[in-house]
Design a protein around this ligand. Structure first.
Ligand code: M6R
Length: 360
């Protein structure tokens, strides 16, 4: 059942402290920075030269998140839409690792990309929620996110867990392939251990319902972010359009001035995600939308400079920049949920969409 919540989506949003704890349980040791990923022996990824992540929809945003983490850890990586993989046909070698990110493990587009990578001689791995799924059977190896069943068509808790898993995996691949654990790990692991409790607090104190109410009559909704904030901006917009049926777009903050700024008016609120990656630039980009009359909602810690500039604020804790975007994403999940609820949308089963897309 819905456990007292009006919708599965809201229940699943609130399950994130638990699902995240399950994702990291036994896999990290903040004391010595050791990452133990299930059955992966030490040096499993020793020969990895480059990584391609393939996925669709929300899982693609997690894949993009992972590709950034890998590149920063010194491992060349790209995220590709699985449905474009056969036409893009990026070169692979036997030292290429192809990672399929899929909640269900049954998405036809993603399975096709996985099979193609396998036929071309790459090593394959899937990050999935479903033990015994087709992806888990097709891939050479699997890493399970342990999020528990997700009923709402809109992916919420599984996105958070996928993003955490690919972040950890990136560190592990870099460690094995390059022989030195990325410096990031020292600040990442303690913050990751705190994340479930912090998300719990965020859920209890969020102003997302008030924000949704304030901006419900807008013409369009824009989401901007930089670095790891970019996939979160894309995800914020996808969730918003999927369940509210309103026009929403996500942009890299720096791209606004290259075209999208023409869309900005007083009727288009801009949600600006601050992850601690060149925040002053993102703030400048947000201010450029304010100059055109757009209200700006800053998603950042309480003492951040953006709070003074912005029209509204959704709070996230002070945390490692590898994780800040995932806290912001939970705020955005809530904004989408409350906006859809105010508009009387069905939420758990949006029109025209299926939980698992098993056709090409
Ligand atoms: O099961 P998968 O993760 O492979 O599904 C991929 C997409 O269909 C899925 O993430 C979709 O975009 C979400 N339902 C959006 O909330």
């Amino acid at each position: 059942g819905k456990g007292g919540y009006d919708h599965f989506m809201l229940k699943e949003i609130h399950e994130q402290p638990t699902s995240l704890s399950q994702a990291i349980e036994g896999r990290i040791d903040p004391a010595d920075g050791h990452l133990s990923l299930d059955g992966f022996e030490p040096d499993t990824f020793e020969s990895v030269e480059d990584v391609q992540l393939v996925a669709c929809g929300t899982s693609y945003h997690a894949a993009l998140y992972g590709s950034l983490a890998l590149n920063r850890a010194g491992v060349p990586a790209t995220a590709l839409l699985a449905n474009e993989y056969s036409v893009t046909s990026p070169p692979v070698s036997e030292d290429t690792l192809v990672i399929a990110v899929s909640q269900s493990g049954e998405t036809a587009d993603t399975l096709n990309a996985l099979r193609q990578a396998d036929e071309r001689g790459a090593d394959t791995l899937t990050v999935t929620n479903v033990v015994g799924s087709t992806a888990a059977r097709v891939a050479d190896d699997s890493l399970f996110i342990r999020a528990g069943p997700e009923i709402g068509v809109a992916a919420t808790k599984t996105f958070s867990s996928q993003a955490v898993m690919v972040t950890l995996l990136a560190q592990r691949i870099a460690d094995d392939a390059r022989g030195d654990p990325p410096a990031d790990l020292e600040s990442l692991l303690p913050d990751l251990s705190r994340m479930p409790d912090e998300i719990d607090t965020l859920l209890e104190t969020s102003d997302a319902d008030a924000i949704a109410r304030e901006y419900i009559d807008s013409q369009a909704y824009f989401f901007i972010g930089r670095g790891l904030g970019f996939p979160v901006a894309l995800e914020g917009a996808l969730k918003f359009k999927e369940i509210t049926y309103e026009h929403a777009e996500g942009f890299a903050s720096g791209e606004l001035k290259h075209g999208p700024l023409a869309l900005v008016t007083p009727e288009t609120p801009v949600f600006a995600i601050f992850t601690g990656e060149e925040d002053e630039k993102t703030l400048k980009n947000a201010e450029e939308t304010q100059t055109r009359g757009a209200p700006v909602i800053a998603i950042c810690p309480d003492d951040h400079r953006a709070v003074e500039v912005a029209d509204d604020h959704l709070e996230i804790p002070e945390t490692d920049s590898n994780l800040a975007g995932l806290h912001a994403n939970v705020q955005l999940q809530l904004v989408s949920y409350y906006a859809a609820d105010l508009l009387g949308r069905p939420i758990d089963k949006p029109r025209n969409l299926a939980k698992s897309v098993t056709v090409e």
